[in-house]
Write a protein that binds this ligand. Structure first.
Ligand code: CAA
Length: 259
């Protein structure tokens, strides 16, 4: 598939999605979001891919938000449609059964911070800045930011960040639990790939179930504890469980198929 706003590459089981609009600090247009959704779908359907990294092009920005130029004259209906589309795609990132890591290489603002928060893990370069500045524009986060920010860092700090629109640096993001790690920019992709490689060597079947169990605890219509009971049991019927336990007992390394 040909993309106009993103680059994709795969190496060693990892699919890398790079938002590629550096002149606009990788601002997300509607079609860019659509392409991200399509790329995540491709990665999830490819059995050679076991994990996904999302990053931005250049050294200045991960993503500086939704493209303000594009939505400046939108109507109420167009605003709702834009938000609903963003929700669909960002939910598909969060619910990807393969692990998704954001390599945040600079500004992660508005929709950019929201996309990073939809990923399972965030690694920040030392120049990264996170924030939800929407209230400065007379709007609110529209891609899940009001929900995921509070889930990740707690209601009180989320209120402060969303109401002031302040940016925080990478170290503060790590302190708040928004970023998992802070690394030098030159080391960002290497560190992120190393972490993801460690994860994808584990059972893909089990990793997918960890993702659903945690996500279900934040869902209104599901109970994460019930999901855990059910999926724990289901693991016993998987080839990965047979392989993992046999490998342990035979004192060898497991070779997982994800089945
Ligand atoms: N949308 C469209 N264009 C953007 C953009 C955005 N979100 N962010 C940056 N750009 C463009 C600028 O317009 C500029 O383009 P021109 O050269 O054509 O003028 C180019 O990127 C470089 O940006 P700056 O010259 O502003 O760079 P800077 O270093 O001076 O400032 C910045 C960097 C602080 C990130 C600043 O660009 C900025 O504040 N950007 C907007 C951030 C923002 O408000 N994001 C939230 C958007 S709303 C949203 O995301 C809603 C939602 O939840 C769905």
């Amino acid at each position: 598939m040909n993309f106009e706003n993103i680059l994709t590459e795969s190496e060693n089981g990892i699919f890398i999605i790079t938002i590629n609009r550096p002149k606009q600090l990788n601002a997300l247009t509607k079609s860019t979001i659509k392409e991200v959704g399509a790329a995540v779908k491709i990665a999830n359907g490819d059995e050679n891919i076991r994990g996904i990294i999302i990053t931005g092009s250049g050294e200045k920005a991960f993503i500086a938000g939704a493209d303000i130029k594009e939505f400046a004259n939108f109507s109420v209906e167009q605003g709702k449609e834009l938000s609903a589309h963003g929700h669909d795609v960002f939910n598909s990132v969060e619910n990807s059964h393969k692990p998704v890591i954001a390599a945040v290489n600079g500004f992660a603002l508005g929709g950019g911070c929201e996309l990073a928060m939809a990923c399972h893990i965030r690694i920040a370069s030392d120049n990264a800045k996170f924030g939800q500045p929407e209230v400065s524009l007379g709007v609110i986060p529209g891609y899940g930011g009001t929900q995921r920010m509070a889930q990740l860092i707690g209601k009180s700090k989320a209120f402060e960040l969303l109401m002031t629109g302040d940016m925080i640096d990478a170290n503060e993001a790590e302190r708040l639990g928004l970023a998992n790690h802070v690394v030098e920019q030159a080391n960002l992709m290497e560190f992120t790939k190393k972490l993801l490689t460690k994860i994808i060597k584990k059972s893909p079947y089990a990793i997918g179930k960890v993702i659903s169990c945690i996500n279900d605890s934040y869902s209104n219509d599901k109970n994460g504890f019930d999901t855990e009971i059910n999926e724990f049991g289901n693991c016993f019927g998987s080839a990965d469980f047979k392989e993992g336990t046999s490998a342990f007992l035979e004192k060898r390394k497991a070779i997982f198929t994800g089945k």
